[in-house]
Structures are given as structure tokens and as C-alpha cells.
Design a protein around this ligand. Sequence first.
Ligand code: ADP
Length: 553
Amino acid sequence: MEKTPLKLLIAEDSEDDLFFLLRVLRKGGYDVTYHNIQTADDMKKALAQENWDAVISDYSMPSFTGVEALELVQQLDYNLPFIIVSGAIGEEIAVNAMRNGAYDYMMKDNLARLVPSLQRSLQEATLHNEERQREREVQAIATIATALRLLDSPQNMILTLHDEILKLINVLGLNFVLRSTHEDELRVELASGVWLHWQDQIIPESNSITGQTIQSGQPYITTDFPNEDYFARDRLGVQVSCAVCIPLIAHDETIGTIWLGRETPFKDNEVRILVAIAEVAANALHRARMMATLEQRVQERTAELQAMNERLTELDVLKSKFVSDVSHELRTPITSLSIYIGLLEGTDNIVKRQQFIDILKKQAQRLSQLVDNILDLSRLESNPDELAFETVDVNQVVQEVVTDLVPIAQNQKLLVHHQLADDLPGMLGDYNKLTEVITNLLSNAINYTPQGEINIVTAFDDRHQEIEIIVEDTGIGIAEQDINHLFDRFYRGSTVGQLSIPGSGLGLAIVNEIVKLHHGTITVESEEKQGSTFTVRLPVITPHTSMQDSNAQ
Ligand code: ADP
């Protein structure tokens, strides 16, 4: 019959008694290895150095007693079966010993009970150990749950988990892999022990044990880690023989895994407790990440609203300024109108009256032009969608504007040249608005050029797919301090007033707005008394791309 191995620590001073004891045990089916001690010191050493299955102790020895031996075992919290075997023991002493934790007691001359008593004691100890282990596990899970509840950052949670798991289970490597919320990749968030070099590594989703565990939602357990060929890519080093990968599952979604590795196989109960810890951890991590995402969203939304608010305030200021500018600009011609009406009323002189009427007509015309410009600009700003996009031949626009304005230029003895590119593609634009752009630029060139010539050139920039319209004059030029303000509404150059050249300061603001709505740019180069060059660049957007599409990019 196969003998049961038994490792005994025996406190006994009599060799005969020891011999007899061992004989009974061996006969009872035990393969006994033992260590015999006779002093408290030896006992302490023996308990500290090795794991024993049970302790059998004489009641009274020359330098040591069974009561002291039991105390030692109890103090060191060894849940060891302790049986007192004595030559003579009083009932009272025996009861006390049992009360203090001895499993059993018996007389040396009646050892028939020894084997069954030992068997029962060993069973009891096993049960007791299991119970204690379970208590420890429940305690650990409760500690982890409480600790996680108090934390709010996923990083801190992982650190706590790491420490608590290490207290509970002996491992050589412990890693946490999480699916990152933004990039959707599996990242080693915390690596330790022999797997330290895996910190921050990205684990492939397919063909990896981690990926497989996440998909199946089942723990992966191996006792031959270095030879797992199939999942070659995330073998977290080959430093250990045994490994487990536990999925972190929260609300049916696996958010990562916990990896543990060591030399000895993981026991069922260890895997069981890891699964329980993983469940608590996954839910806490999920909650923390949801909070973090929510918080981030709230922050982004707040920033957006703040920006919008600032823009609205800015627009409000601009609107008020526009209203005050417009009132100011309208007041001058209206004052002038009322003055001439007064003069008209006060004179009977036919010639004078006609003169005043002519001035009034001209003033009324300018007023109407000003109101048109103001309305035009405000419509462009508030209703950019009103533009009617179609395929436009810019050369044709230039040609028409030149034809319209040449008589005025000729009136001022100005030469107007135009040079139109013959490879100009059609562009997507609003015909009337582009006409307005060129009309304003050419009128300005005529207005601000007392003598000399004006050139209008069109060209195609193939590389940038842009059409260029250049209006160049040999006029009064623009002072440096004016250049940056030319496109502001109602801005007029510092010298134009003295030269009494009429204008409203709205032409270039309108031009700028229309160019912007065509996704183009306008630039100016000028030197005082030499002339100015305005260059408009407009992208050729292929006719089948609508302007709306290009806005969406
Ligand atoms: P306006 O011509 O009615 O004053 P614009 O907005 O068209 O208004 O032009 C703003 C200012 O830009 C003008 O007052 C003038 O000082 C300057 N400017 C525009 N075009 C030219 C030009 N071709 N040569 C010199 N100055 C110009």
C-alpha cells in the first residue's frame, strides 16, 4: 500500500518513546520524516525554517514542556495540528491544552488513537487553512474595492491594484494592459518585476494572447509560457514558465487584461480570486474613465461656448461701431443737402438756383451710392450664402469692366491697357460680385491716378490652381501708415481728403469681403507718388465641387 508522506516536528526527550511513536505511525501507513527537538530554541528554529504537517509533543521534558511548545506554535500563528502525547497527564491539564489550541491529547501507553487522531487533525487543519485563505481573499477584495472607490484617476487605481495583488499572490511579473480611450490601442499601462521592460508597449490586437483573452473574455493560463508559439508577438518576455492573463470586463466590454507570471503554476483558487479582483477593478476603471471622458467633454464644450461668446461680444462691438460709422458718414451729405436746400430757398437768381440744383442732384446721387455700398457690405457679411456660384470667365468680366470704364479714363486722359491670359480656366464664382471687385479696383486706379496709365493683367498660376488679377496704376500711391487699414470700412487714405477726391472708404472693404467669400486673397504694393498695384488671387475650384463642399474642409 502506498504510504502517506508525513513531515513531523517531534518534541520528545526519551528515545524509546520516540522510537515507539514512529513505529505506530509507520505501521499506520505514514512515510514519516521528522525532526526531534528538546528545547524551545530548537523548536523556534525548526518552525521558522520549514513547513511541517503536524507537531507531536511530550507533556513534560527536562528543559521544556508541552504547554510551552503549544504556546510557541500558537504565537507564531501556525495553524498546525498539535497533539500532546504524555506519560501522565491530569484531566485538568489536558482540558486546558485543548482549550489553548491543542488538537488532541493521549497517553503514551495507549497510542491506538494516534493514527486516527492525526488523520482527523490533518483534515481539520486543511479545512481551517482553506477557510482562512478564503477569508483572506474576501478581505483582499473588500480592501481593493474600498481603495478603488476612494480614487478617481485610472493611473492611481492601477497602482493600488498592483500593490494589493502583490500582497496576496507571489509573482515575478505583474502587468496591466488597457485599451486606450483615444487611440483605440492596447497599451501596457503598468509593468513590473521581470516584465518591467514592457512598460508603455503597444500590444497588437490580433495574433496576441492579450487580444485573444479580450475577445474570448476568458482567463488564459499556461504552465509552458516560453513555448507558446502561436501567440508569438506579446509573450511578455520568456523569464517565467507559468503565466495567467485575466480579462478586465466591465459591462460586457473587455477594457484590458492583468498579466501575472512566475515559475510555479497558478492554482485554481488563485485564478478564481484574480477573476474576482479583475471584476471589481474593471468596473472601477470603467467608471473612472467615463468620468474623465465626461469631464474632458464638459471642458471642451465650455471652451467652445466661451469662444463663441467672445466672438458674439466682438460682433456686437463691430455692429455698434458699424452703426455709428454709418450714421457719421450719412450725416455729412445730409448736412450738405440741407445747406443747399436752404440756399436754394433763399435765392431767386435763376443761374444760382440751377447751380444749387445740380449740386443737390450730385449729392443725392452720392448719398444713394453710399447707402447702396453700405447695404451691399452688410448683406455680404450677414448673408454670404446669397452668392450665386457658377463657372465664370474672368477675362470676360475684365473685358466688360474695362469697356464700361475706359470712357471715364479717357476723360482724364489716362491710358488703360489690358493683357488677358489665354490659358485662363473657368472658375467657380459669382459673376456680379467679381464684376464689382474689378470695377472697384479699376475705378480706384482711375480716381487716384491724375496722369499716366493703368494696366490690368490676368494670369493663371498652374501650381496653385489660382487665377491672378493685377490692377496697376501710376497714381498718387498709398502712404505707409495707410496700407494696413485700406480694407477697413470707411477708411480713406490720409491724403485723399486734401486732394478732394470723392469716396466713401467702402470700396476696398467690399472687394475684400467678396474675395474672402471666394476663398481668395488680395494684396497691395505701393509707393507714394509712384503708383499702386493691387493683386487678387482666386482659387479655381473645379465646377463639379460645390462651394459648400469646399467650406466644409
Ligand atoms: P474710397 O476710394 O471710396 O476712398 P476704398 O475703400 O476704395 O474707398 O479705398 C480706400 C482708400 O484706399 C482710399 O481712400 C485711398 O486712400 C486708397 N486707395 C485705394 N485704391 C488706391 C489706388 N489705386 N491708389 C492710391 N490709393 C488708393
